[in-house]
Design a protein around this ligand. Sequence first.
Ligand code: GLA
Length: 390
Amino acid sequence: MKNMLYKEFNAKFKKEPENAFFSPGRVNLIGEHIDYNGGLVMPCAITFGTYLLVSPNDDNLFRFRSLNFEDKLDITLQSNYVKTGDSWFNYPLGVIEYFLKDGHQLRGIDMLFYGDIPIGSGLSSSASIEIVTAFALNELLGAGYSKLDLVKLSKSVENNFIGVNCGIMDQFAVAFGEKNKALMLNCDTLDYQAVDSNLGEYILAIINTNKPRKLAESKYNERVQECQAALTILKQELDIKYLCDIDTATFNKHSHLITDKVLFKRAQHVIEENDRVKLAAAALSNNDLAEFGRLMYASHDSLRDLYEVSGKELDTIIEYSKTNANVAGARMTGAGFGGCAIALVKEAAFDSFSKNVIEYYTDMMGYAPSVYSSLIGDGVGELSKVGSLQ
Ligand code: GLA
């Protein structure tokens, strides 16, 4: 991989790259639509991700190239940038804008990106490209940011430059991921624990619906607003900052305040899902994968019925999984509206699971999903230092 990328860099810029970086994508095991509500999430980094090769230039130009997209951009060094169209290069451009806003002196840089995360699959290709750019600029310029600073900066890019009101989970997971660990992150305090993800005889399967995710961003922002509206109502009786500041029992005592049926369902999902993460963490540390799987199914049902971010594609995958005795649990992962599902599948039965879920889904939907078995990988780093990629 590294040789191929070096060759491509050479072909595009007629020189050697000075350095190369990698940032993974992520899956979230449980705790969905929780991060912007100040609760607990449990994501992990995967081994698919975004590669970035860089070399400074003396032309005062940022040159963005990608091996995934035809669009490219050459843009002179200026004092600020705004989003231009919907092209991929807005992500690195947004990161540059935020370095400038913080008062850093920049110089021209040639950049070549390559990603092997299926685009639009809900595996966080956008957080991955933001974090790999921020990490590379930090190294190149000696800007002195901590990893957590880079996470916060990249989230600001997504919120204010790209216009998606996402929480911090994705940027955090791709930056801090650790091989064979799930991150148990408190999205309010940003305290986290890297938990051994001992899956025993099971492996993690990722099933991509291959559904184009139109409108996902506007529906996502709509859910964020609905949670804020529910929170404002609950604040009439409760001194809280986030929905996740209360548990299900407390919610039940005050839920009469929310008379709007939709807002009620949104709040109920968030608060119960946050409680499920606590149970899931206990199940994982007791190696109780049957219980972990049950919680995954419960999470999916809630995302389908209460939060309404699933869809027939994701539901079809979960429906099939429930019929297969070699699956401990399955759920949609990420924002939803298409994208990917994950399933805990017995390793020995992975091939037959894969074949059968493809058949079942294709019968129902008329086109095939893609199925991968995933390892849990490391977070962002220099390419030569990322173990699995040398
Ligand atoms: C997207 C967002 C995250 C998170 C998930 C849902 O991936 O980027 O911040 O809200 O959806 O859990």
